[in-house]
Design a protein. Structure first.
Length: 184
């Protein structure tokens, strides 16, 4: 099945939006590669199958809704207390959600086909807007894809601990897997 022209909505009820981090530095063995799920978000897409360039996408994320789902690697397993501390650090020290509660994406260019596409657009994080490219594909009634975000482009200093020996990589990968719902 292929996607048809029209307007679609999606969010946590129809799929997942995940952030994947990796670690680097001399103390990388002590840390964890994380999978963080965005639990409150919404998106809307307008698809023009005859002229993909006329298609558009907007996504809004509640920056306070990031929850650590898994942590792989590390010297010891990730505990519930570790998860809570990581989530607090993300909210308070990385994304400053008290001041910047939303992360937004608005497409500026769409190309490819409904089955395999590229979307360029403006991603706003911590009040700064930068261009990002999203790669995606449509198969089996689902839209899947990803984008690589280089935190420092938004003025975000990747998390570090152990006096800088353990650091989060500057690049994080955002992945999505959704079943779009036709808008009434």
């Amino acid at each position: 099945m292929s996607i048809t022209a029209g307007s679609y909505t999606f969010g946590p009820d129809s799929g997942r939006l995940l952030v994947h981090t990796t670690r680097t530095g001399l103390g990388a063995k002590a840390g964890h590669d994380l999978t963080i799920e965005v639990t409150r978000w919404s998106g809307e897409a307008t698809i023009d199958t005859a002229a993909p360039a006329n298609s558009s996408l907007t996504v809004e994320v509640d920056a306070r809704s990031l929850e650590v789902r898994t942590g792989t690697g590390g010297v010891k397993p990730l505990t519930d207390s570790d998860r809570e501390e990581i989530e607090r650090t993300i909210r308070e020290k990385i994304l400053h959600t008290g001041r910047y509660p939303a992360i937004t994406f608005r497409s500026s260019r769409v190309d490819g086909t409904a089955e395999s596409f590229h979307i360029e657009g403006d991603l706003t994080i911590v009040g700064m807007t930068r261009l990002v490219t999203v790669q995606g594909l449509f198969a089996a009634d689902r839209v899947r894809g990803s984008a690589t975000i280089v935190q420092s482009r938004w003025g975000i200093r990747p998390y570090s601990a152990l006096f800088g020996a353990l650091k989060l990589s500057d690049e994080v990968e955002v992945r999505f897997d959704v079943a779009p719902t036709a808008k009434d």
